[in-house]
Design a protein around this ligand. Structure first.
Ligand code: GAL
Length: 467
């Protein structure tokens, strides 16, 4: 009775546990939640606005033009019942067409020499000079296709020259046994130099294969992949880290080489199982404080390991963290933007393309969080196959804050020397697709976007040197 009476009182005599206080608490809470949501929505709208602003900034407008790709499946070929019996399975997806060396649309993924680009091709044509054509054959200053697969770039501050190191694969592709992956014998690590990131001079093979000693890590019958070079200012040495393996990928080690000069010759030092573990796809990352890190796929590619190098960069320290545990990622490429570390990785499907993922971390040693697929443009198959390519390295795009060049390999398992390079603009900005982690309602990470382009050029490369 008393309760009912109080309910209609304008001034309740007691606030203790009264329905009014309950209602006002609930209303207050709802109001607060609403405020927080409004605020965080405004924040994400702000992020969108700032990414839109970025898109409309005259410098990056060209970089942000997203291109669609309309690749149609070829019509089915007429086949005799005998042929069907012999080889019943016809490619049914675009990825299968990509991997089929007899595909009628193969030229779309691997355009021939006629469409090659580079300094010897495009003398003074301003429509193509200094333009990147991802997937086409890229020629060096002598007119030869560049051989720097699975590569990385070192920027030499003193000479203001870029050096591109990669697998020199200009040999025949074969299978060492029936079920083994396609391979090319080790020839060595190719090195190219450039002042503008487009005109590349061949500096030769800076670390060569061993021809005779079969016990040597670099014997041509083995595997040398993903070489990366960093400069150590304390020792004034250029240090190369690479994946060293046998033809069956059972050795699973890292190798180290050293040189006084960026164009070599590099002296091979040794190989090892870092931290006592197997190591396959790998990279090294040098931070702003000069600490360098080795990142490698380990425990049968199920997890990435990361750990600092010793001060002279010639070994790993005993410290190691397991990151992206159980996620089966490889082809790591790390970069840093505004005190946040980012990484692009691929899945583990050998030479076949798969979906890239972007990851972010506040500390390079982790924890790392997965943001989602960074690929924008093309079509959905392009986006789910990293534009039919695989990450290898990311470098800052000269002159544009928050912009980078994503370097990837479009592997050609039928003829590995003819694998292509995809260099595409990568932008950090805007809200992430999957901001799994929130701090007081605010997404912790920015989006990482790699934009598909059939043709693009660096913003400051209007015919002049950019370095
Ligand atoms: C990929 C790897 C390449 C190469 C290839 C061999 O997964 O990223 O670097 O090792 O496998 O099949």
């Amino acid at each position: 009775m008393r309760m009912v009476k109080n309910k209609h009182n304008k001034k309740p005599t007691s606030l203790r546990c009264s329905p009014f206080s309950l209602v006002s608490t609930v209303v207050g809470c709802v109001f607060m939640i609403h405020l927080i949501m409004l605020y965080s929505r405004k924040y994400s709208v702000d992020l969108e606005v700032s990414s839109q602003l970025l898109i409309h900034h005259p410098i990056v407008r060209e970089l942000e033009r997203v291109e669609e790709e309309n690749i149609h499946m070829p019509p089915p070929r007429k086949r005799s019942p005998r042929a069907i019996k012999r080889k019943p399975k016809r490619p049914t997806t675009l990825v299968e067409e990509f991997l089929d060396e007899n595909s009628q649309i193969r030229h779309l993924f691997f355009p021939d020499m006629k469409s090659a680009f580079g300094p010897t091709k495009d003398d003074n044509d301003s429509d193509t000079l200094h333009h990147f054509f991802p997937g086409r054959i890229w020629l060096d200053t002598e007119g030869n296709p560049i051989q720097a697969h699975g590569g990385g770039i070192l920027y030499d501050e003193r000479s203001k020259i870029y050096y591109w190191y990669g697998e020199y694969k200009d040999g025949p592709t074969y299978h060492s046994h029936k079920k083994g992956p396609a391979r090319v014998d080790i020839i060595g690590v190719g090195c190219y130099s450039s002042k503008d990131l487009w005109t590349w001079k061949n500096e030769g093979v800076v670390l060569a294969a061993e021809e005779t000693d079969e016990t040597h890590d670099l014997h041509k019958s083995n595997v040398l992949e993903r070489p990366k070079v960093i400069y150590n200012s304390d020792t004034d040495k250029y240090v190369m880290w690479m994946h060293i393996d046998d033809a069956n990928y059972t050795k699973a080690s890292v190798g180290v080489a050293i040189s006084d000069n960026p164009i070599g010759p590099f002296v091979y030092l040794y190989s090892k199982s870092p931290h006592g573990f197997d190591s396959r796809d790998m990279t090294v990352f040098k931070d702003e404080d000069n600490t360098a890190y080795l990142i490698y796929s380990s425990e049968d590619n199920s997890v990435l390991h990361i750990g600092p190098l010793t001060e002279n960069y010639l070994d790993v320290k005993p410290v190691m963290k397991r990151i992206m545990v159980g996620q089966h990622r490889e082809a790591p490429a790390i970069f840093k933007h505004e005190n946040t570390y980012y990484m692009i990785t691929s899945g583990c499907t050998g030479w076949a393309p798969n979906e890239a993922l972007a990851h972010a971390a506040e500390s390079v040693m982790g924890p790392w969080e997965t943001l989602g697929n960074p690929c924008v443009g093309g079509n959905s198959v392009f986006r789910s196959t990293t534009f039919f390519a695989q990450s290898t390295h990311v470098i800052p795009l000269p002159g544009v804050h928050g912009a980078f060049i994503f370097m990837a390999d479009r592997w050609n398992p039928a003829d590995l020397r003819d694998s292509r390079y995809l260099w595409l603009p990568l932008i950090v900005g805007g809200p992430a697709d999957k901001p799994l982690e929130f701090n007081f309602g605010f997404p912790m990470w920015s989006r990482v976007s790699v934009y598909w382009h059939r043709q693009w050029r660096l913003p400051s490369a209007g015919g002049k040197k950019i370095a």
